[in-house]
Design a protein around this ligand. Structure first.
Ligand SMILES: *Cc1c(COP(=O)(O)O)cnc(C)c1O
Length: 377
């Protein structure tokens, strides 16, 4: 059996967790949370990185910081995970879905402007598969219309666009450390904050609406409730797990990249023959091998291929059901312009097993099985 995903284990996680237990500090914002935040700040160059309980929560924090309210509109792709929309819809906003580009499956930056109304507050580009969106264009539009930008960089750790790390170009950037992501803490995430002026309020929202962070730094002599907030800080146990992976980040990155390139080489002949499509990485982008997908001719062919792979013990999965076609998406969102690519391309996409430590031999077996499937047709 070849699993679709195996959560990363870098070595060192257990030792770190034991260390956290021995230190008698397992709630949030201890040694390991600080090490993780510092790693993120150093690696990305952001003004501030706050570790959170998930990327969903990081995005919720961004929505709170932007004071998103009932009646506001937020522009995003429909081809994304539900959290992208949830965070804003929870605050009463309407999700305005824009079509994707078929080459990267990212939001089509040329379709954003026509989706803007006087109610629009923010644009949320999702860097699908860790491949950057066309950020120069998106930031230029946001600047012209005075809109905020929240990058859903859940899949984007260690990727960059024209040398800039994903999550650092928008006002806020949201990372995920879910077990399916390149670096993991089980459940967890981070909020990257570009503007120093947003940091204090972010710390307050993350700590139940208190100025506890200031208190710990000795900036106030007691802490108190100063604003509405929630609890978005993860336990030290999770941070201890994540930090072990951050220390091995290069090794994890290189291993995934080797697997990604191997898939590409193995399957390229099928693309050359016009049978399959493989991912496309724009020249100005550095990706992180988060995902390897192929695109079949159509939905029926994809379903057959999934079954065929499964019969040979290979787990391959698809996603996403476009949000605008979901029950909540119909209620809380609207599609701007035409769905030229979102539904059609999403129905062709199939994700192949991809994780840290994926064996070359297993990849060869997967490729052989795909060749066998197409030979019989
Ligand atoms: C994984 C993912 C999320 C959610 O991350 P969590 O940490 O599980 O909340 C959000 N958006 C995208 C695009 C994702 O892939």
């Amino acid at each position: 059996m070849i699993y679709f995903n195996v959560p990363p284990v870098a070595g060192g996680e257990e030792e770190n967790i034991r260390d956290a237990i021995r230190s008698c500090k397992i709630s949030g914002d201890g040694k390991y949370t600080k090490l993780c935040s510092r790693w993120l700040e150093k690696r990305t160059g952001t003004a501030k990185a706050l570790l959170t309980t998930s990327c969903t929560h990081a995005t919720e924090m961004a929505a709170l910081l932007l004071d998103i309210k009932e009646g506001d509109e937020v522009i995003m792709p429909s081809f994304t995970f539900v959290s992208t929309a949830d965070a804003f819809v929870l605050r009463g906003a309407k999700a305005v879905f824009v079509d994707i580009r078929p080459d990267t499956m990212n939001i089509d930056e040329t379709r954003i402007e026509e989706a803007i109304t006087e109610k629009t507050k923010a644009i949320v580009p999702v860097h699908y598969a860790g491949v950057p969106c066309e950020m120069d264009t998106i930031m230029e539009i946001a600047g012209r219309y005075h809109l905020k930008v929240v990058e859903d960089a859940a899949q984007g750790i260690m990727s960059s666009y024209k040398g800039k790390t994903l999550g650092t170009m928008g006002d806020f950037g949201c990372y995920s450390f879910h077990e399916t992501k390149n670096l993991s803490m089980g459940e967890g995430g981070a909020l990257l904050i570009k503007n120093e002026s947003d940091v204090e309020q972010a710390e307050i929202i993350r700590e139940k609406g208190t100025n506890r962070s200031k208190f710990f730094r000795g900036e106030v002599d007691k802490y108190t409730w100063v604003a509405p907030g929630s609890s978005y800080l993860p336990s030290e146990l999770n941070a201890a797990y994540l930090y072990a992976q951050m220390e091995k980040a290069e090794e994890i990155y290189n291993d995934r990249m080797r697997s990604w390139n191997r898939y590409y080489e193995l399957l390229k002949p099928l693309q050359d023959e016009g049978i399959l499509e493989l991912p496309y990485i724009p020249d100005e982008c550095v990706h992180n091998a988060h995902m390897f997908y192929i695109k079949t001719a159509d939905l029926a062919e994809r379903s057959n291929l999934i079954e065929f792979l499964k019969s040979r013990g290979i787990m391959a999965v698809f996603h996403y059901v476009p949000l605008h076609s979901s029950p909540a998406g119909k209620k809380y969102g609207r599609f701007s312009g035409n769905d030229v690519y979102t539904t059609g391309e999403s129905e062709r996409l199939l994700r192949l097993p991809m994780f840290y430590g994926l064996a070359a031999g297993d990849q060869e077996k997967i490729a052989d099985t795909i060749y066998e499937f197409y030979k019989g047709r």
